[in-house]
Design a protein around this ligand. Structure first.
Ligand SMILES: NC(=O)c1ccc[n+]([C@@H]2O[C@H](COP(=O)([O-])OP(=O)(O)OC[C@H]3O[C@@H](n4cnc5c(N)ncnc54)[C@H](O)[C@@H]3O)[C@@H](O)[C@H]2O)c1
Ligand SMILES: O=c1ccn([C@@H]2O[C@H](COP(=O)(O)OP(=O)(O)O[C@H]3O[C@H](CO)[C@H](O)[C@H](O)[C@H]3O)[C@@H](O)[C@H]2O)c(=O)[nH]1
Length: 325
């Protein structure tokens, strides 16, 4: 029987790519989103769309009352680290209270399967790298704390109510759909790769490299950039692993790339120079973050297909030069 998956936040960047992947793999999909950041154009035409808000419980109950939902994939959240420090209330309300509302509506309708967008930001400043799931979690900003709180709520709900949950701790989501139909479109945009490409296109004056004196080979920060389609596939695999496995899984390639290496790769892909300004460090940036992805491989049978940063940036460049929204 075809299973129906509710994708909360499915009009956003990672959600919309996962919706497409689920539909391509035989799932029926309902997208729920309040469109504060998402785009209607990003939602695959094969999916149903419901305008709903995590903070409006009635809108959530209505979905579960009217539809037979097998599982929820929950992307809906605010995700600007700096803003979370300035206005933590906004983050705890939307991300934590909103998720509790979603869980209430699910459990009231006997829906017990959830896959959740967590983040490497729950680890905070790393004690060692690559980071595995046993690494202590000590987030350094309200955004990361809000995601850790949800992971902890899941563990309690599993014991008390039989919730089946997998929290996927993403490293840096990057790139766009290979067919160029959907891509990354955040407003404001804060992520490195789209900003570098916008500087190359002349849509911004330059890219500011935040810090050149880190303890890394070229002095700039190292991150683990994972292609959005590899991320999308992992969500389907996680869904298929419930209820056999519950817990947390890192999603990264296991390879670190520095800010300078991103800029060089983007220049190579586009064939153009990136106007670059070397600037001060950004507060709260660890020098190096990359994943130990052994657990994703072992438990989900997952394998990233995009092997190089050039391949990832090529998909992002195709999108930036032919954006649909
Ligand atoms: N982009 C990354 O690199 C990254 C890394 C780690 C974790 N994450 C997490 O992954 C998830 C998706 O990230 P993204 O980059 O696709 O973000 P996004 O902003 O593009 O997508 C989030 C979607 O959720 C919706 N939304 C927000 N609050 C809502 C509410 N109260 N009710 C209904 N819908 C609501 C937005 O309209 C948007 O469509 C987030 O939870 C984020 O914290 C992202
Ligand atoms: O204009 C910029 C933007 C970023 N960077 C650098 O590029 C790297 C990547 O920065 P991003 O902002 O693209 O990504 P982050 O690693 O800060 O953020 C990731 O981790 C966060 C938690 O730490 C959130 O989960 C977020 O959604 C996710 O993309 C960092 O070293 C950052 O200092 C620059 O040098 N210049």
């Amino acid at each position: 029987m075809t299973k129906t998956v509710l994708v909360m936040g499915g009009a956003g960047y990672i959600g919309s790519h996962t919706v497409k992947h689920l539909l391509d793999n035989g799932y029926r999909v309902i997208v729920a989103d309040n469109l504060v950041y998402g785009h209607l154009e990003a939602i695959d035409k094969r999916a149903a769309f419901i305008h709903a808000d995590l903070l409006n419980s009635a809108s959530l109950y209505a979905i579960f009352n009217r539809h037979e939902i097998h599982a929820v994939i929950h992307f809906a959240a605010f995700a600007y680290v700096g803003e979370s420090v300035q206005d933590p209330q906004k983050y705890y309300l939307n991300n934590v209270v909103g998720t509790i509302n979603l869980l209430n509506a699910m459990l009231a309708n006997n829906v017990k399967n959830i896959v959740f967008s967590s983040t490497c930001a729950t680890y905070g400043e790393p004690n060692y790298i690559p980071i595995d799931e046993k690494h202590p979690q000590s987030p350094i900003n309200p955004y990361g704390k809000s995601k850790l709180m949800i992971e902890q709520i899941f563990a309690d709900y599993e014991k008390a109510y039989g919730l089946n949950h997998i929290s996927l701790r993403y490293f840096n989501a990057a790139g766009c759909s290979a067919d160029g139909e959907i891509g990354e479109s955040h407003t404001p945009e804060t992520h490195l790769i789209p900003l570098v490409l916008k500087a190359i296109k002349g849509e911004r004056d330059s890219i500011h490299v935040f810090g050149t004196d880190y303890d890394t080979p070229d002095g700039t920060c190292i991150r683990d950039y994972i292609h959005i389609e590899d991320l999308a596939a992992a969500h389907r695999l996680a869904l298929e692993k419930l209820p056999e496995y519950c817990g947390c899984i890192n999603l990264g390639t296991g390879t670190g790339t520095s800010v300078k290496e991103i800029i060089f790769a983007a220049e190579k892909v586009s064939g153009k120079k990136c106007p670059t300004v070397y600037a001060e460090r950004r507060a709260g940036d660890p020098a190096k973050l990359f994943a130990d992805n052994t657990k994703a491989k072992e438990i989900l049978g997952w394998q990233p297909h995009y092997a190089s940063i050039e391949e990832i940036i090529t998909t992002a460049w195709n999108w930036e030069t032919n954006r649909k929204f």
